[in-house]
Design a protein. Structure first.
Ligand SMILES: *Cc1c(COP(=O)(O)O)cnc(C)c1O
Length: 551
């Protein structure tokens, strides 16, 4: 069943398209039937992976993994290697995603994913995606000059994290412009500075005098607008892009190899991965790693109080709103469903404030595929059946606000995953607890950001069920604490040995005083107003490039 033969192909989770190439799915983002792209088969690892891969660098590991998903006929190996090398050269540590041990007794480790340019795990995927976009565009444009060249216009909305990671992924890329809308004055000062101080000509920040929802609505309207789609090739970078999931698979393997090298990892030891989860992208990469053959005993989903996933794993019901007491405070989902529709709760971990998790649809497809058909059914039939189930579930979610699955589907989901829900209070307690306990052993205490603290809280709970010394927990640290001063200050102010100044990395110091470039967009002028700005700024950018003779 493995498909490291020559052609990995992709299909839509809702059954509307099959046999697409990697390039198709990366440039398209979302399938035209509204579904998400997944590989037609999850490749198995080569038989000798454990010995052959164990000492590989992050880059070489990435290359070996990506090669199982991208046919060499699409991206020749030398090119793929070069894309990978450039994508991770921007990281501040040679190891790209190092692991640190937080608790030797409980075998709790932290996989640090925040050493990229914007200090958030999204860099791991978006540095790669930016280079991929450029690679495909430049290849399509071979021999073309000036206005004959295909140009990609990436449009996104952000409440913080995705926007800066996307901008750093795409800055300076040939044949690509990026427009990121943010609600003016409603993004944290450090995140706003990260985005708007990037001066590359192809980076366009749009500050909208409205909410994140307004920005999101503008993005949707632009993607649906026939006029701009005639003149511009639009693309999205939100977490539904398959290349982002793919890029995240690498660090599960990387962390595994780091772990088994440690003396405390015995031959009989097992590992659980714990993932602070919002749109289910990061943990879905862990699911792929596990299905490929990485020996992860379980994947633990850690949610904040926006707990739709946790509720699903408890009940088999996937519902936007719990039956009782939904709070309607209006939150800031990064690329999920609009906040005000049902009430996302605003928490200390804003990157996980979602109502529904877009990538969960991908898991549903694999669950349906496994449960509703057998190995002996023809493969096309099996795929169609899975697609039909997914389409029905997602239609119910849209029209009824939720759906339930059969107990067999739930059982299958539970065999791969467990879940934990963590409140703001618990998040703060963990930041404080970890700082204090590590102060005793390290030269200074370890400071978790609130998202990573949710993972660690869940890891401690899981370690009561699946105990040390046999079990090791690797919990993913998704952001640097400096990005979330509010939670960190609340948890640690006044603690012995704590000072905010020590948290702030030198790259972020003085960032807020640097010159900025941003265009202001009036909400009252509607999405057409945004369209006018986008068209004009792309035009100016291309003109400048023409004049510089740089095409
Ligand atoms: C995006 C994000 C998450 C959630 O990741 P998903 O892939 O959406 O589940 C968690 N923490 C931080 C800091 C993030 O930026």
């Amino acid at each position: 069943m493995s498909s490291h033969s020559s052609s990995q192909r992709y299909l839509s989770t809702r059954g509307g398209s099959y046999h697409l190439s990697f390039e198709d799915v990366v440039l398209k983002g979302l399938a035209s039937d509204g579904g998400l792209f997944i590989p037609e088969e999850i490749p198995s690892l080569p038989a000798d992976w454990a010995s052959k891969w164990q000492n590989l660098s992050f880059e070489d590991l990435a290359y070996n993994i990506f090669s199982l998903y991208i046919s060499p006929s699409e991206i020749p190996s030398a090119d793929l290697k070069d894309i990978i090398r450039r994508s991770y050269a921007t990281f501040r540590t040679k190891d790209v995603t190092p692991t640190v041990t937080l608790d030797k007794e409980k075998n709790i480790h932290l996989l640090e994913l925040f050493h990229g340019p914007t200090f958030a795990f999204k860099d791991v995927a978006l540095q790669f995606l930016g280079n991929l976009f450029e690679y495909f565009l430049v290849r399509r444009n071979e021999g073309k000059t000036g206005r004959d060249r295909e140009h990609l216009t990436v449009i996104g909305a952000t409440s913080g994290d995705t926007g800066s990671a996307a901008i750093y992924g795409l800055r300076g890329k040939k044949d690509v412009s990026v427009f990121i809308m943010h609600p003016s004055g409603k993004v944290s000062p450090i995140q706003e500075a990260q985005m708007t101080t990037v001066m590359d000509a192809n980076v366009h920040n749009l500050a909208v005098d409205g909410t994140f929802d307004d920005c999101q609505d503008f993005v949707k309207a632009l993607f649906a607008d026939p006029e701009i789609n005639k003149t511009h090739r639009l693309a999205a970078v939100n977490s539904i892009n398959w290349a982002r999931i793919l890029a995240q698979i690498t660090y599960f393997f990387h962390a595994y190899f780091n772990l088994i090298r440690q003396p405390s990892f015995l031959p009989a030891s097992t590992v659980r991965f714990v993932v602070p989860t919002g749109n289910f992208g990061d943990i879905l990469a862990g699911y792929f790693a596990r299905r490929m053959g990485l020996p992860a005993e379980k994947l633990v989903i850690a949610t904040n109080e926006n707990d739709i996933l946790h509720r699903f794993w408890q009940s088999g019901k996937y519902e936007k709103k719990p039956v009782h007491g939904a709070e309607a405070e209006g939150g800031i989902p990064e690329d999920g469903v609009k906040a005000h529709e049902d009430g996302v709760k605003e928490t200390l971990s804003p990157a996980m404030d979602i109502l529904v998790s877009s990538n969960f649809e991908r898991l549903l497809w694999f669950l349906a595929y496994q449960v509703y058909s057998t190995e002996s059914d023809p493969i096309e039939e099996r795929r169609k059946t899975a697609g039909n189930h997914v389409r029905t579930w997602l239609n119910d979610l849209k029209s009824n606000g939720g759906f339930s699955v059969d107990s067999s589907i739930l059982a299958s989901a539970q065999s791969d995953f467990e879940s934990e829900r963590v409140t703001d209070q618990q998040t703060l307690a963990t930041i404080k607890g970890v700082f204090t306990s590590t102060s005793a052993v390290l030269s200074h205490g370890y400071i978790l950001d609130p998202h990573s603290a949710i993972g660690i809280t869940a890891a401690y709970r899981s370690s009561q069920r699946s105990k040390p010394p046999t079990t090791h927990h690797v919990s993913l640290a998704t952001a640097h604490p400096a990005k979330f001063s509010n939670a960190v200050e609340t948890a640690l102010q006044g603690e012995k040995g704590y000072s905010w100044h020590d948290v702030l990395p030198k790259e972020m110091q003085g960032l807020e005083d640097k010159p900025r470039r941003v265009s202001y967009v009036k909400k009252a002028e509607g999405w057409q107003g945004v369209r006018t700005v986008v068209v004009a700024e792309v035009e100016a950018e291309l003109n400048a490039a023409d004049n510089a003779g740089s095409s």
